[in-house]
Write a protein that binds this ligand. Structure first.
Ligand SMILES: Nc1ncnc2c1ncn2[C@@H]1O[C@H](COP(=O)(O)OP(=O)(O)OP(=O)(O)O)[C@@H](O)[C@H]1O
Ligand SMILES: [Mg+2]
Length: 297
């Protein structure tokens, strides 16, 4: 339950949602809401920062990363040798046509799949050297995942979905509930804690997924087409939310996308085609390009 004080009449207001006007004197509460949201974001940023402090400049490095699938007689080469360095705190977008290998790359970086050849280092640790237990711990603590289809658990409420990864990390139940509420507040869903996924809109479900990805203060958030199933405006809101988290808490964001809106918020864009890096654009170059196109991304 959040508590607010009316700046005009001093009335104390307790609510789980948003107050637009004071119920006693009708004064506008927008300023109070904004101030409280800012304080919340700051608190969240501090909490999220906690665990991600290490000194390596590159949080992810891949060298000669290959993944092929055997389909009967045929070999499908999904990745043909990817060399990629991702700086700590970077917002990196991976763009490429359907089938170019984006999800395959994500699954390897996220430790959900193993390469056919090459290496992937997280915080300079070769993932291939980790035991099954260490890998599971890394997946749980270092990396947050957001998927195109949200992948929430349908029988669980928003709060339960967000706190589930905290159970795996062994967090105590009071701390877990407080953090779950804080994260849902952070993504603007403080008033929807007990809604199940089907009782939420697509954009709200993806917000729950964003909150869930931050459950254990990950250093990296991997977002595989997070706006793929959302309308233009809702997609924009999710991108802005991710950017805000990236700037305020230093979480490294790696996002696979077809969405040109991502260009605006990315530090670099890696274009992949046929399982290979085709080119990498930096933010400054993108600004230049957008400039020459008369402001049309
Ligand atoms: N489990 C699998 N078995 C066989 N082939 C696969 C498998 N998973 C992916 N592929 C193939 O690997 C290639 C890369 O697939 P991937 O899912 O990484 O593409 P993507 O860039 O994420 O595409 P999209 O934008 O459509 O999501 C594709 O040609 C796909 O058919
Ligand atoms: Mg994909």
């Amino acid at each position: 339950m959040a508590k607010y004080v009316c700046p005009s009449c001093g009335e104390k207001i307790e609510t789980t949602g948003i107050v637009t006007v004071c119920p006693k004197c009708n004064a506008d509460m927008a300023g109070v809401m904004e101030q409280s949201a800012r304080a919340l974001r700051q608190k969240a940023a501090e909490l999220i920062k906690d665990d991600s402090v290490t000194t390596h400049e590159y949080i992810v490095r891949t060298r000669g990363l290959k993944r092929s699938y055997i389909m009967g007689e045929e070999e499908v080469q999904a990745l043909r040798g990817i060399d990629l360095d991702v700086r700590r705190g970077e917002y990196l977008s991976i763009m490429g046509p359907s089938g170019s290998g984006k999800s395959t790359l994500f699954n390897l970086i996220g430790g959900l799949d193993k390469p056919t050849a090459g290496s992937c280092y997280i915080n300079e640790t070769d993932m291939a050297q980790l035991s099954a237990h260490e890998l599971a711990w890394q997946r749980c603590r270092t990396i947050g995942y957001i998927f195109q289809t949200f992948n929430l658990i349908p029988v669980m409420t928003a709060l339960e979905n967000v706190t589930l990864p905290m159970i795996f990390a062994g967090m105590g139940s009071d701390e877990m509930l407080e953090r779950g509420r804080m994260l849902l507040d952070l993504v603007g869903l403080g008033g929807r804690l007990n809604h199940k996924p089907q009782e939420l809109s697509g954009g709200q479900q993806q917000r729950v997924a964003v909150a869930r990805s931050l459950a254990n203060s990950p250093a990296i958030v991997l977002a595989d087409e997070p706006t793929g199933n959302l309308d233009l405006q809702t997609g924009k809101e999710i991108i802005e939310l991710l950017k805000e988290l990236n700037v305020e808490s230093g979480v490294t964001i790696i996002s696979a996308t077809h969405d040109l809106k991502m260009i605006d918020v990315s530090d670099r864009i890696v274009h992949i085609r046929d399982g290979q890096v085709e080119r990498i654009e930096k933010r400054e170059e993108i600004d230049l390009e957008i400039g020459t196109m008369g402001g049309q991304p």
